[in-house]
Design a protein around this ligand. Structure first.
Ligand code: FMN
Length: 468
């Protein structure tokens, strides 16, 4: 079972409200020591990686920041987690560090340079969670774009963005091009440097990548976003997918679909790791765990749920008729933005027959749930049972834990659940783990620090693109 922790360098994770509870310390998210503590805790417990969500946007209702988002710190305000990575890498030695970055704003050359640098500074422990970006209306306005780029075009841009990044990481420096011979005074072999040429629909680039080859070259490619376009992109390009599962059936169908699509792209479907979000509340007894979960639930309101949902979908649920099925209420608005901001959070409510619950039922479901995946509550044995059960019934490879009270929930999980999972053989002991040269890619099961031979990026390796 692979384990990561989902965090955000902001007061609030997961589209719910809990930062102001005494058991939460996430108000300290602007302090480096807070994050060093979290990273070391997780590393010592054997977690594979610490994952940061991120984005430039924030929720909007009628084109502006709703006061409730500012008052509640709801997906509003936060730091750039990429800048935390070198500090965390320095304070740890094994844990992977995964950062979310959107393909919709920066040029791929800038993105590739940052991740190439981070792969060096982390010793090959960096991952990139590729997203097309939440809160697109706010992002488009902030960056002065004339209009929001349509949903599927954002995925076309993402595909080309990552393709150019991979050309830079894989295609410019041939193995051996970095010489660093101090005696001979030769730094790089010009005969082994290849000019990268890219003239695409959305990006153009011609020249050399200035960051020398790093341990993984391409960071481990994560992806989140499970619309049809999102799954297709993940199946062709991602190595690890962050899935938000609402029911075991929904998650199992997504896992099967992703693996089927990966196989259709000529990739080994098992090499695509799928991790599902889980909010675990554990305590020494089930009763204590349920009491803590109830405290959290008492903090949640319809307003919190609707603000967060608006940030992800552009839909203000409180402004819709409450006793109408969601799909019908959305169709009645005639709002062209519906579905354009993001589909995962609409599709998650679609039943197998295509029907959707009433708007007020959707709100009730979102209250305390936000954009989180599975809810798991109980004593250590109950929690371990439920996690094992989810792995067996859905085919996922592990979990991204989404704490409600951070880092208290992480501490309890590490103390109470990790030893039980280890006892059951679900987590290897650190000394038994085949980590190769210690890169994140190998930690996640690859046999090499580099992209697998069946990954499209491997075909871009130096020598296969235009040479100098
Ligand atoms: C599980 C999950 C996690 C996401 N994390 C982020 C994030 O950290 N930052 C961000 O800008 N967007 C995030 N997104 C939104 C995606 O960027 C994407 O824009 C959105 O989901 C639309 O794509 P879709 O229709 O395929 O879902 C996330 C989406 C999902 C489903």
């Amino acid at each position: 079972m692979h384990l990561g922790v989902f965090e955000v360098a902001a007061p609030q994770v997961g589209g719910t409200l809990s930062w102001s509870h005494p058991f939460s310390a996430s108000v300290h998210h602007r302090e480096v020591d807070h994050w060093i503590g979290v990273a070391r805790l997780l590393e010592d417990a054997g977690f594979d990686f610490l994952f940061f969500a991120d984005g430039y946007g924030y929720p909007t209702v009628d084109g502006d920041l709703p006061p409730a988002a500012a008052r509640g710190g709801l997906n509003f305000s936060g730091l750039d987690p990429m800048l935390l990575v070198p500090v965390l890498a320095h304070a740890t030695s094994r844990i992977g560090l995964v950062v979310t970055a959107s393909t919709g704003v920066d040029h791929p050359v800038a993105m590739a340079r940052r991740f190439g640098t981070l792969d060096h500074l982390t010793g090959g422990r960096i991952g990139w969670n590729i997203v097309t970006g939440a809160s697109q209306d706010a992002v488009a306005a902030l960056f002065g774009h004339r209009e929001m780029t349509p949903h599927d075009v954002r995925y076309e841009i993402a595909r080309e963005h990552v393709e150019l990044c991979m050309k830079l990481w894989e295609g410019c420096w041939e193995d051996g091009a970095l010489v660093e011979d101090t005696a001979a005074g030769v730094y790089a072999d010009p005969g082994r440097l290849h000019r990268v040429e890219h003239a695409g629909t959305h990006f153009r680039s011609s020249g050399y990548f200035t960051v020398p080859p790093s341990p993984q070259r391409t960071p481990v490619l994560f992806q989140a976003g499970t619309s049809a376009a999102g799954r297709e992109f993940a199946a062709s390009t991602a190595e690890c997918v962050f899935l938000q599962g609402t029911t075991p059936g929904h998650a199992a169908a997504n896992v099967a679909d992703l693996r089927g699509r990966a196989a259709a792209h000529g990739r080994d479907p098992r090499s695509l790791k799928v991790l599902v979000g889980a909010t675990v509340t554990v305590a020494a007894t089930g009763e204590l765990a349920r009491e803590r979960r109830a405290e959290f639930e008492r903090m949640q309101t319809d307003e919190v749920a609707s603000v967060i949902y608006a940030g992800n979908t552009g839909i203000d649920l409180l402004a819709l008729p409450q006793d109408v099925p969601l799909a019908e209420a959305l169709a009645r608005t005639g709002d062209p933005r519906v579905g354009q901001m993001g589909q995962s959070n609409i599709d998650r409510f679609r039943r197998p027959d295509g029907s959707t619950p009433l708007v007020r039922e959707v709100l009730a479901e979102l209250r305390g749930r936000g954009t989180r995946g599975f809810t798991v509550v109980g004593d250590p044995l109950e929690v371990a049972d439920q996690l094992e059960d989810l792995v067996e019934t859905t085919g996922v490879d592990g979990f991204l834990l989404e704490a409600i009270f951070s880092p208290g929930d992480h501490e309890l999980f590490c103390e109470l659940v990790v030893p039980e999972l280890r006892r059951r053989g679900r987590l290897p002991r650190e000394e038994d783990r085949p980590t190769g040269s210690g890169t994140l890619r190998e930690r996640l099961g690859a046999t090499s620090p580099r992209l697998a031979a069946d990954h499209p990026g491997a075909g871009l390796a130096a020598g296969l693109v235009a040479t100098r």
